[in-house]
Structures are given as structure tokens and as C-alpha cells.
Design a protein around this ligand. Structure first.
Ligand code: NAD
Length: 260
């Protein structure tokens, strides 16, 4: 379905971004990977995806908090892949602390990586998409783009901001073949959430399994984690022809979190 298209997925060396990159590659899209990690492992990861799905892959290690590095990454995609048809703004970080104790450098980093990077990648990808009159911008927001949780001021602000950015981008492109939508996952068991599981286990004297159950019980009625594969399938749907008129939505996949 997506052969001949190129997807760039920020933060795709781990977790949800990796799941989405694999799902898009499974549909035939070439993929530019991005994110941190061990150079050898990243090389093995993206060449493995290329072999598994018979697509082209590449990697650029731009730090999403650095606009000049984002520009270099988009240039790399233009030079090596003829531009970006599917942009998935997924890189994100978390820090948990109450507002009056929140480290200011963590606030700045969360806003830069979770929100401002999407502005830079999108503004740089749009001219190429407009030239082809086809494109998909998919922003990984969160249930925390729709509702709040104590201790997550910067994250919740960044994700609410990302949904606002999604709506405006979709409206500006409404008369084109380019759509922009947000995905809002509930709990997904990735390294980002494993840290919160571990912190809870330590704080409350629980085993890891007990801490996982407690985390889910508090917010996610299904009692099950959402998976990167499920989120990848939603991203594939957004890329399909059936989704041509899905514009500016914030689609939660959250085991019922936001229905409460
Ligand atoms: P993760 O920690 O497993 O992966 C994050 C990825 O982003 C990694 O590839 C990491 O290397 C990369 N990254 C981090 N900082 C970066 C930077 N400065 N520049 C470039 N890359 C950077 O996290 P995840 O859980 O897969 O989260 C992915 C996205 O999904 C995030 O935006 C997160 O907010 C969102 N999300 C996650 C959950 C969840 O429960 N895990 C829920 C809702 C939303």
C-alpha cells in the first residue's frame, strides 16, 4: 500500500516509534529512522527492517531539541530518499515532579523535544509534500494531550500543545492531499513507562508485576497495555486512502482511559 513512499519516524530506535516504523515498512514504505542508542545496534535495527520487508532504510541521529540538527536530518531525507511523504513526530520524553519542584531545564527539554521539534520537522517537510500534493503528518500525542495527571505539567502542556498544532496544520492543508492527525495512546509498556513502573515499585515496595497492575488500575479500565503494533496499525490507517478525509483528529487508543 505504501511502496514508493518514504516515512520519517522521529524517536524510532525504541518503543512506539519503532513499532510504527515497522508497521509502515510492512506496507512497503521506505523508512528514515531517528533516535538515540548504540550505533551498532541502530545499524542492525534499521538494516534488519530493510531486509525483513524489502524496503530501503536510513538513519539520522539528530537531537530533536536542536533545530539545526533537525534541518540536517530533513536534508538527509531529501538527499537520500527524495523527501518525506509520511512524517511521524514521535520522539518524546517524560519527567515527573510537581510544578513547584519541576526542574526548569527538564521543562525546556520536554517542550523542545515533545512539541517544538514537530513544528520544525513539519515546516521543513511540507514544501515537498505540497509539490506532490500528497502527505501524511502523524503526531504522537497522548491521552495527556486530552486530560491531565498530577506531576506531569510539562508533558501534559507539550501534548495539549501538540494537539493544537495538529488541528491548525490540518486546517491549513484542508484543501490539499496532505492530512495531519494525532494519536493519543494510553499506557504502552515502553522504556518511557517502564521507568514509571520501576519508580512506583520502589516507592510502594511492590514487585514489577504488582506495580504494572497498579499503574493500569489507576487510569486504564481495560487493565491491558496498548501495544506499539496496535498503534502502528492506526498509523497505517491514517496513511490509507480511506483516511483521506480524516483531518485534525486526536484519536485516543487508550483502553478506555479518556472515556471515564
Ligand atoms: P521510548 O522512550 O521507548 O522512545 C523514545 C524514542 O525517542 C527513543 O527512540 C529515543 O531515542 C528518542 N528520543 C528521545 N529523546 C530524543 C531526542 N532529543 N532526539 C531524538 N530522539 C529522541 O518512548 P515511547 O514510550 O515509545 O514514546 C514515544 C512517544 O509516544 C513519545 O512522544 C511519548 O510521549 C508518546 N507516548 C507514550 C506513551 C507510553 O505509554 N509509552 C503513552 C502516550 C504517548
Amino acid at each position: 500500500m505504501l511502496s514508493g513512499k518514504t516515512a520519517l519516524v522521529t524517536g524510532s530506535t525504541s518503543g512506539i516509534g519503532l513499532g510504527i516504523a515497522r508497521s509502515l515498512a510492512a506496507q512497503g514504505a521506505n523508512v528514515v529512522f531517528n533516535g538515540f542508542g548504540d550505533a551498532g545496534q541502530i545499524e542492525a535495527l534499521h538494516t534488519g527492517v530493510a531486509r525483513e520487508f524489502g524496503v530501503l532504510t536510513g538513519y539520522h541521529g539528530a537531537d530533536m531539541s536542536r533545530p539545526e540538527q533537525i534541518e540536517a536530518m530533513m536534508q538527509y531525507a531529501a538527499d537520500h530518499f527524495g523527501g518525506v511523504d509520511i512524517l511521524v513526530n514521535n520522539a518524546g520524553i517524560q519527567h515527573v515532579a510537581n510544578v513547584d519542584e519541576f526542574p526548569t531545564e527538564k521543562w525546556d527539554a520536554i517542550i523542545a523535544i515533545n512539541l517544538t521539534s514537530a513544528f520544525h520537522t513539519t515546516r521543513l517537510a511540507l514544501p515537498g509534500m505540497k509539490a506532490k500534493n500528497w502527505g501524511r503528518v502523524i503526531n504522537l500525542a497522548s491521552v495527556h494531550g486530552l486530560v491531565g495527571s498530577a506531576g506531569k505539567s510539562a508533558y501534559v502542556a507539550s501534548k495539549h500543545g501538540l494537539i493544537g498544532f495538529t488541528k491548525v496544520t490540518a486546517l491549513e492543508l484542508a484543501h490539499t492531499g496532505i492530512t495531519c492527525n494525532a494519536i493519543c495512546p494510553g499506557w504502552v509498556l515502553t522504556p518511557l513507562v517502564q521507568k514509571q513502573v520501576d519508580d512506583r515499585a520502589t516507592r510502594d515496595g511492590l514487585t514489577t508485576e504488582q506495580a504494572k497492575k497498579a499503574l493500569l488500575a489507576e487510569k486504564q479500565p481495560s487493565g491491558e497495555f496498548v501495544t506499539p503494533d496496535e498503534l502502528g496499525a492506526l498509523a497505517v490507517f491514517f496513511c490509507s486512502q480511506a483516511a483521506n478525509q480524516v483531518r485534525g483528529v486526536a484519536w485516543n487508543m487508550d483502553g478506555g482511559w479518556v472515556a471515564q
